[in-house]
Design a protein. Structure first.
Length: 195
């Protein structure tokens, strides 16, 4: 009897694990599309914020330490098949809605739109997602990943960016993705933390 119960529990747990694993998520979309035509990725370290010349407060240091990286996935519409942009844009919007993200803000106008969403519980945010779209050029997903991130940390980081500025050298790969690329260039560009 105990053995049968144990086998049943293991079977149910396995089925639950497998069924959860097959669920479409924004993370899976990012991974599956990063090497496809019209898609490009960039990983950006938090060191793009120029803090070297600043004396940081304890709150600012804590906020920066909560950030791990920024994952950027860009879909460029220029070589897409008819209707593909709308289809992919709707997939991403659906994933954000279904994947336990809470939308904080959304705005649109003139063929462009943006939304900022979070994933996590209350003050413990695992991830921020910024989704930008432009009917003329395509869309981008920015996943801000971290540990022990809070809304207050994000506001502190936004203030630091305004105060310290950004290291434009680290953002050059992102600019290259947005600007036309010469043929034969690689689609995946990684920006590593300077040591």
């Amino acid at each position: 009897m105990i053995r049968t119960l144990f086998v049943a529990i293991v079977l149910v747990a396995t089925l639950l694990f497998v069924s959860c694993d097959n669920k479409p998520t924004l993370q899976k979309y990012y991974v599956e599309h990063s090497g496809k035509p019209n898609y490009s990725t960039v990983d950006i370290a938090p060191t793009f914020i120029n803090t070297k010349k600043l004396k940081l407060s304890a709150e600012e240091k804590k906020a920066l330490q909560s950030l791990k990286k920024f994952n950027v996935l860009i879909y460029q519409k220029k070589n897409a098949k008819a209707g593909e942009y709308e289809q992919e844009k709707e997939k991403v919007k659906s994933l954000i809605r279904k994947d336990n993200y809470e939308e904080l803000i959304k705005f649109s106008g003139g063929g462009m739109g943006a939304s900022i969403s979070t994933k996590g519980q209350g003050q413990n945010i695992d991830e921020f997602v910024v989704f930008l779209n432009n009917a003329q050029t395509g869309f981008g997903i920015v996943r801000v990943l971290g540990e022990d991130m809070t809304p207050n940390n994000i506001m502190t980081i936004a203030g630091l960016i305004q105060k310290a500025g950004i290291d434009k050298e680290q953002l050059k790969p992102l600019q290259q993705l947005i600007a036309p690329q010469p043929e034969g260039s690689k689609d995946v560009i990684k920006v590593q933390e300077n040591k």
